[in-house]
Design a protein around this ligand. Sequence first.
Ligand SMILES: [Fe+2]
Length: 305
Amino acid sequence: MNTVYFEPTFDDEARRERLYNGQLVVLAPRPASLALVEHARTMIEEAFDGVDPLVAQYEMPVERYVEICAPLKPAFIHNDRTKELLRDLMTDVQADLEQTYIDVPRLRMVTSHGYLTSGVGYAHHPHRDVWYSAPFQQLNWWLPIYEIESESSMAFHPRYWSEPVKNGSAEFNYYEWNSAGRKDASKHVKSDTRKQPKPEEPMELDPQIRLISQPGGIVIFSAAQMHSTVPNTTGRARYSIDFRTVNSADLESGRGAPNIDTACVGTSLRDFARGTDASQLPEEIVALYDDPEAHVGELVFQPTA
Ligand SMILES: [Fe+2]
């Protein structure tokens, strides 16, 4: 990992290749991303009903903040306009919608000074998404909704692109997590009891890279990338959108990021829907990445917050 490509001119194929090699890509705000950001702002501001969402934490007890945000997250996911704007964005960035499968777009909030650090406002410790059963073909797309600062951003930890970290992923079963943990996120107001794969040895988080763009700018990175939430000390909440994509041809050919330290079971591939018609990936492709013995009860996949 040694390069950040800013607004590159190469196509989606070359972009995926660079990302699988650990590089980062930043796209400038564009009409399609600004439309998505504007839509998210409208939903957030309606939910806060006249209170400024950036400083709402000073106006209300944390329980009330959670009460507002908990329904907002699934409302954003299931909103028809959200889906439409996301498809427009993927078209704009020249992803082939026939081959591109997209997971639901998530809305995240990180309040300042640890006001809310669990459940809906979970601040992510250093991790790779692949520790949570993301495929090595997964790309993450991240957009700030309001202006951010270095102290309210996300961080990448570049040395760990090629350096393994002892971690708890071997105990992670995606199907168990899906059936038990995630749906309870809104109940975790003061602490989080969900078992997450974490680093199990001291890490050196510096030097780290934080990419600060205007609202609607997009950071794209591989799911194998080590990243974390920067503890927000700006006095203002950070709101962001992120979503994940996979390319079906890469899943078929096995092209993706390298696995250096991940041992979880199960796959999140059934959560992705094709850009054109929202169909799921063919089971024969999912089967290449599945662990049938890890299945827990019936496999039911519902987009959740
Ligand atoms: Fe992540």
